[in-house]
Design a protein around this ligand. Structure first.
Ligand SMILES: [Zn+2]
Length: 392
């Protein structure tokens, strides 16, 4: 009998030891996507910022080929799909393969592995890049359908904009009520999001709360060579202040960094198996479409605030992986030669070669646990696959 008990104890110890040994070093993943953020955008930050930027803190840097299934130049739905699911699809398609079949995103897989999940964007929650992580449609314009899929997404926390797809619907259904039925707290203003202690909530804020407005572009939003006209281009040129709570959001660069910190505070609580957080800085793309040098530089400085907050989080939580990349480059953005006198201080001015997207490679920056997997040249589809290998 004694032998039997001892044997059982040893067997239990072996099981416990093997469980511990199998525990992955990467528990949490933060996936930060700068829409349209190519080397020109990154350069604009490096050349305009005197302090060390979040990019320079990256121990691992790679290159990302951003093609879609049917073009060297991807649009945002296909670009988001590649980064979310590991499959290239046709331009215009979001979350589905070239045959229209639903794909499974790394966010949905993370839920199956018992991770809490979150989405934070400075655009509408049903836009192409976040949508690729939870929805499946052949047209990005199907925002009413995408909003229905968002309700079914199972994310623990989401903060962004785009209320009309949830309440001003042809079928008259109020999807905010559907979210509440599913156990979410739903907030429609920034102050409530900042103050809530809810562990399961969706913040659907006025557009003017989620991104800084730039002066209207002197050039209208347009696209070249058949490329899409992105929502981001219109947002970048918007001056609509309606609904903004200026008493809370007093600084122009506060929203995304603060929203990310709020989401992290929810995700890290009671999550023994970790979390997956997708973050999109969407409006870089818009300034590229509008060929707006000043807007792009300011937007990259805002991006840097978010990035530095996330790098600090990773430094404090060594089981967390942070991967930063773009879905594509926008604007053919570059820093072109300009003649000036020796000693003369000349403000940085970006140059552009198109009002559409381009097919040039974009950078990848990786930090924290498992970061070394993102060195070298990779396809956009490799990124979610490498994340999966680290956390599955
Ligand atoms: Zn775009």
């Amino acid at each position: 009998m004694k032998k039997l008990i001892l044997g059982s104890f040893v067997a239990l110890l072996l099981v416990l030891t093997s469980c511990t040994a199998q525990r992955k070093p990467v528990q949490n993943v933060i996936y930060l996507i700068g829409d349209g953020m190519g080397f020109g955008a990154v350069s604009s930050l490096l050349l305009s910022e005197s302090e060390v930027t979040g990019f320079e803190m990256a121990p691992v840097i790679g290159l990302n080929e951003t093609c879609s299934a049917n073009n060297y130049v991807t649009d945002s739905p296909a670009g988001g799909t590649a980064l979310a699911t590991g499959t290239r699809t046709c331009n215009g398609y979001m979350g589905v393969d070239p045959q229209g079949q639903q794909l499974e995103s790394i966010l949905k897989k993370a839920q199956q592995w018992n991770k809490k999940t979150g989405i934070v964007v400075n655009t509408v929650l049903t836009e192409a890049t976040p949508g690729a992580f939870y929805a499946g449609v052949k047209k990005r314009s199907e925002s009413y359908r995408i909003a229905e899929q968002f309700v079914e997404s199972g994310v623990d926390v989401a903060i962004g904009s785009g209320l009309s797809a949830f309440i001003n619907r042809p079928d008259s259904v109020d999807l905010t009520a559907s979210l509440i039925e599913k156990g979410y707290d739903v907030y429609l203003d920034w102050k409530s999001v900042l103050q809530t202690t809810s562990q399961r909530f969706v913040g659907i804020l006025p557009m003017s709360d989620v991104h800084r407005r730039n002066k209207p572009s002197t050039q209208s939003a347009g696209a070249a060579d058949g490329a899409e006209v992105c929502l981001a281009a219109r947002l970048a040129a918007s001056q609509d202040d309606a609904g903004a709570d200026t008493t809370v959001l007093s600084e122009p660069n506060e929203y995304l960094a603060k929203a990310v910190k709020k989401a992290l505070s929810v995700l890290e609580k009671d999550s023994p198996d970790g979390f997956f957080l997708m973050v999109e800085s969407a409006i870089i793309d818009g300034y590229g479409h509008n060929n707006d040098s000043e807007g792009m530089i300011e937007e990259m400085q805002e991006f840097n605030q978010t990035l530095k907050a996330l790098v600090a989080y990773v430094q404090e939580h060594p089981n967390t992986l942070l991967v930063v990349t773009a879905d594509h480059e926008t604007g053919g953005t570059s820093v072109a030669y300009k003649s000036h006198e020796v000693g003369e201080t000349v403000p940085l001015q970006l140059s552009f070669s198109t009002k559409g997207h381009t097919g040039t490679v974009v950078p990848v920056f990786a930090y924290g646990a498992g970061a070394e997997a993102f060195a070298g040249i990779m396809k956009n589809t490799d990124i979610p696959k490498r994340i999966e290998n680290l956390i599955k």
